[in-house]
Ligand binder design. Structure first.
Ligand code: HMG
Ligand code: MG
Length: 315
């Protein structure tokens, strides 16, 4: 059956903004994160501690985090994970008191090269000391895995290839794995097949169970981009397999600058509309969230692509 509650991992301030050409002022980013938290989102990915020349939009990470200190101090605290690719990034994040990080690997060689300037093996070797040190310091560590279904350079990606990298990230000590459809090409049958492969569920490894160790579904999240309009259908397929952590971006902002043809993430409002209809609790106030996305769209100078935002705000 479906989960009773879903935790939304809001990525609008990171995945949503990282692709924006015009630099968004740090104060606007801080207000965005506050508004997202005030709308009831409990996990708000804030920024990235990557090499600034790779993602200039997020080069102000060290200026932004202190502006969010009140959120981390709230009771209950708002979780503010940040992306960290290497030890340099971890040091920068730890200095600022970050409590939660995410490393980000790729299931394909092409995207590992484009996004991390590394092979898949080299990038995993880069993450290993980051995950170990972060866990020792008591941090939660998410492991993103990109190109889990299709890759713009390599085409469809076999579930077995994805699972092999996923298991290495899990074995490294990641506390949660987020399965990314970076370019938004997946369809629901692929989602079910990959989850079964990873968890050893009904069709896992052709019904022989997961090869090389199952990953508990409680530690899996899904991360869909909406390029072909499949993100919600894919999410429903994942919920039906027991996934209860779903990534989404307020207003449907987003895309990865190093992935050809990546468009915005699943819009948080579209997700909340569906979950509300299914009677699944998220804690999110949809009207406040939509108002936030309308405000952010004004800052960026173009309307939100979210159908739900448009429907709720142009009545
Ligand atoms: P590199 O160019 O190979 O860097 O980049 P390097 O390791 O050779 O280091 C070169 C210089 O960069 C050194 O300085 C380092 O200190 C500095 P120098 O000695 O020359 O003065 N440097 C840094 N400075 C600040 N912070 C750092 C850092 N690291 C190195 N963290 C690297 C390798 C991994 C750093 C680079 O490729 C990078 O930053 N990539 C990040 C790309 C990115 O952020 N992409 C978007 C996020 S992923 C995504 O969107 C997908 C996702 O949403 C899921 C999905 O949809 O699938 C998560
Ligand atoms: Mg993404």
């Amino acid at each position: 059956g479906l989960p009773r509650r879903v935790r939304i991992h809001e990525v609008g301030a990171r995945d949503g903004l990282q692709n924006e050409k015009a630099v968004v002022p740090t104060g606007v980013k801080a207000e965005f994160v506050h508004r997202l938290a005030d709308a009831g989102l409990t996990t708000v990915e804030a920024t990235s501690f990557v090499r600034p020349s790779w993602v200039p939009q997020l080069a102000d990470a060290a200026e932004l985090m202190p502006l969010l200190a009140d959120l981390a101090g709230r009771d209950p605290a708002v979780r503010l994970p940040v992306l960290v690719p290497n030890e340099k990034g971890l040091e920068r994040a730890l200095e600022l008191g970050v409590r939660e990080i995410a490393v980000f690997g790729s299931a394909t060689e092409s995207f590992a090269r484009a996004n991390l300037n590394r092979t898949v093996d080299e990038s995993l070797a880069m993450f290993e000391p980051v995950v170990a040190r972060a866990r020792q310091a008591g941090l939660a560590v998410r492991g993103y895995l990109s190109m889990c279904f299709g890759d713009p350079w390599e085409g469809p990606v076999p579930a077995g290839q994805v699972a092999a990298v996923a298991r290495r990230l899990y074995a490294m000590g990641c506390t949660e794995l987020s399965l990314g459809d970076t370019v938004g090409v997946a369809t629901p049958g692929q989602v079910t097949a990959l989850l079964d492969e990873l968890t050893g569920g009904p069709g896992g490894a052709a019904s022989g169970g997961a090869i090389g160790g199952a990953i508990p579904v409680e530690q899996l999240a899904v991360h869909f981009h909406d390029t072909y309009g499949q993100a919600l259908s894919n999410t429903l397929a994942a919920l039906q397999r027991g996934v209860s952590v779903v990534d989404a971006s307020a207003g449907g902002l987003g895309g990865c600058p190093y992935a050809k043809s990546a468009t915005g993430n699943l819009a948080t409002e579209d997700l909340v509309w569906m979950l509300n209809g299914l009677g699944i609790d998220t804690g999110v106030d949809l009207d406040r969230l939509s108002a936030t996305s309308v405000w952010m769209a004004e800052q960026l100078g173009r309307p939100s692509p979210s159908r739900t935002v448009r429907a709720l705000t142009h009545r």
